[in-house]
Design a protein around this ligand. Structure first.
Ligand code: PHE
Length: 452
């Protein structure tokens, strides 16, 4: 296959595309609800520590592998190690991306549904409980969930088919700034609510007594998930980067943006939770149950609510296209498919795998799943990818960069294009020693193999 590799059009374009992948439903939907379930403060502090000490180094490691090889995960791991068994990491990444794309599209589909509901003024004449209860009805509706899952995947097909520059970069440049403006605006309203002090206490006051091994693993998984690392995505995006770009600076910018949005989303959502008497443990419906209640209280409900959910769908889109692009580029490289075929195959695969997640609430498929596994199908997919696959892939990626490939390659790739040379040593130390040991310890503890 002698196709020329596409590249990002500009540095800003790349940053926004990578930030687009990172900032998404994970920050707006998943972070607040998992933080809520894990008691707030302590979880959030662990998440911040993990993002900067483990997630960020892995992010840089992936960019380096991708940019050096100009290949996607599976081939990149083989090329740098000269051994084909390392492509296992690439395949683990591939599987994780497919699973995440499937359930992520269901969540994004809820966003599409809420956009339409907002346009029809669904909060009018309803009590706060009725408004938030709408989510439970949606969660149980098989047909509607399937419809929006399919629609959302089709939108992805359109963007990813257009390619790196014209599709992904172009759309990220428009959608990301719009998101930031909107979020800041909405935050202003939340800050006026009575529940604000309670919310701030919940978010920023750590109750260390609540820390458990599984919560620590969740915080690590969350740090990886929101940064989109340990999935080969950042690696793929790095492969579209040129050698004059600054890797560490770009990575830090993206990490800061992601953390900023995650915290912002919590500061926006928890005042509503405490003002209207909801519980922080509301689960996957948290954003969908709380935000409309706030909108109903504000002037211009229809417009505000519609804009919020349109943006929700947009951020979901900039993330899901990164998942799809990872799958597509690997399929193209490994099986010699053209972009069109690869996009089609990925969409069909994600749809089929997404069906049981879309039907999880209705119980129409795998009705006994929850009784047997303790979580419904949808939650199981989310759980195994973030709590097992991503930490394991993160561990292997750091071992790969720290111990397997030629140190000279790592060094020259880190230094190429950056002015932050002094960061090389601390970063390499993290990747070689700290990250693998800490991540391995967390995984083994969770597996019950060791007890710290
Ligand atoms: N980082 C994205 C988010 O926070 C989700 C995501 C995870 C995207 C994994 C791609 C890969 O929403």
């Amino acid at each position: 296959m002698a196709q020329r590799r596409e590249h990002w059009g500009s540095r800003l374009g790349f940053i926004l595309a990578a930030a687009g992948s990172a900032v998404g439903v994970g920050s707006l939907w998943r972070f607040p609800y998992i933080a809520g379930q894990n008691g707030g403060g302590a979880f959030i502090i662990l998440y911040l520590i993990f993002t900067f000490t483990l997630g960020l180094p892995v992010f840089i490691a992936e960019l380096i592998i991708g940019r050096k090889t100009q290949k996607s995960a599976i081939l990149a791991y083989t090329e740098l190690s000269h051994k084909s068994q390392w492509k296992f990491i690439g395949w683990l990444n591939f599987l994780s991306c497919l699973i995440i794309l499937s359930f992520y599209s269901v969540v994004s589909g809820w966003g599409v549904s809420y956009t339409l509901m907002s346009l029809t003024g669904f909060t009018e004449g309803r009590t706060p409980d009725q408004i938030s209860g709408t989510f439970d009805i949606l969660y149980r509706s098989a047909d509607i969930n399937l419809l929006w899952l399919g629609v959302f995947l089709l939108i992805n097909v359109g963007v990813v088919y257009a390619g790196v520059k014209k599709g992904i970069e172009h759309w990220s440049k428009i959608l990301m700034p719009a998101l930031f403006v909107m979020l800041l605006g909405l935050l202003g309203f939340s800050l006026t609510l009575d529940g604000l002090p309670k919310a701030l206490h919940f978010i920023f006051y750590p109750d260390w007594a609540k820390v458990t091994p599984s919560m620590i693993l969740s915080a690590l998984g969350m740090a990886f998930f929101t940064l989109s690392v340990a999935l080969g995505i950042i690696l793929t995006y790095g492969s579209y980067m040129r050698s004059k770009e600054d890797v560490p600076k770009t990575a830090l910018t993206v990490a800061c943006m992601t953390v900023f949005v995650s915290i912002l989303a919590s500061v926006m959502i928890f005042p509503i939770v405490f003002t209207f008497g909801y519980t922080p443990e509301a689960g996957p419906g948290l954003v969908f149950k709380t935000m409309p209640v706030l909108f109903a209280k504000l002037p211009g409900t229809l417009i505000l609510s519609t804009i919020f959910f349109v943006l929700f769908v947009f951020t979901a889109l900039t993330s899901s296209i990164s998942l799809m692009e990872m799958l597509v580029s690997n399929l193209m490289e490994n099986f010699g498919l053209n972009r069109k075929r690869a996009v089609g195959l990925t969409a069909v695969g994600a749809f089929i795998l997404g069906v049981p997640s879309a039907l999880a609430g209705s119980g129409l498929l795998f009705g006994k799943w929850q009784t047997i596994y303790g979580r419904d199908f949808f939650e199981t997919m989310d759980f195994i990818t973030s709590n097992w696959f991503m930490p394991i892939a993160g561990f292997l990626t750091t071992v790969f960069v720290g111990w397997v490939i030629d140190k000279q390659i790592v060094k020259s790739e880190f230094l190429s294009g950056t002015k932050w040379m002094c960061w090389y040593r601390p970063w390499f130390f993290m990747v070689k020693y700290v990250a693998p040991i800490v991540v391995a310890a967390i995984i083994l503890q969770q597996a019950g193999i060791i007890k710290i």
